[in-house]
Design a protein around this ligand. Structure first.
Ligand code: G3P
Length: 205
């Protein structure tokens, strides 16, 4: 059955829409790859000082993870597609964000997109994971630290409260890739040089 692969390809293409770059371009702002951490993500767009652009980036990057997975749950069953395909499509959208075909495979770290994927795969787990991010971000003011901790907790919540299965596997794969993409952030956190949420940056990456 080739349908799950076609769905995954669609998820990958949608995930490849790097909204940090698209939103910034549409709003006439500088390319987020040219300042701050250089990362095309909501956290770095916030460093431009434009909160609306950061919120739009966050919402669209999350939706590109959320909607493809939701589409599989809604229209998949009539084609015999279930949770396995939904999880595959979610990971594909996440991978598209990290290695976007439309942006020379130079994408972001996947935090917002993973949040969207998780909210669609298991809404309650999504809320628990978002709450984890918020608590760490609130107390530490580090977006990256909050993402790393939330990415580590999400699979644990899934396995402890829900079940092992395609969703758990997707969470583990996304979590490992997400932490790996945060290497530069981890070094900065350990060195005490990571910038706090909302701290503006004009210097180039
Ligand atoms: O959304 C990614 C965030 O966790 C870190 O972003 O720009 O500080 O590397 P940044």
């Amino acid at each position: 059955n080739i349908l799950p692969l076609i769905a995954a390809l669609a998820g990958y293409l949608i995930g490849s829409l790097s909204f940090a770059v698209i939103v910034s371009r549409v709003m006439g702002l500088s390319d987020p790859r040219s300042y701050g951490s250089g990362n095309p993500g909501a956290t770095n767009v916030l460093r431009s000082g434009n909160k609306a652009a950061a919120v739009l980036t966050l919402v669209f990057d999350a939706l590109k993870g959320y909607l493809p997975v939701l589409a599989v749950f809604i229209w998949g069953p009539r084609w015999g597609l279930g949770e396995g395909t939904a999880a595959l499509v979610g990971v594909a959208a996440f991978v598209g964000h990290l290695w976007p075909v439309f942006f020379r495979f130079q994408g972001g770290k996947g935090v917002a997109t993973a949040a969207g994927v998780i909210l669609a795969l298991n809404p309650l787990l999504g809320v628990a994971t978002l709450a984890t991010w918020l608590i760490i971000a609130w107390f530490s003011r580090y977006s990256s630290l909050a993402a790393i901790v939330a990415a580590a907790f999400a699979p644990m919540y899934q396995l402890l409260i829900w079940e092992a299965g395609p969703t758990a596997l997707a969470l583990i794969i996304m979590g490992l890739l997400l932490v790996w993409r945060h290497q530069a952030n981890i070094k900065k956190l350990l060195a005490g040089t990571e910038s706090k949420l909302g701290q503006k940056a004009s210097a180039a990456a």
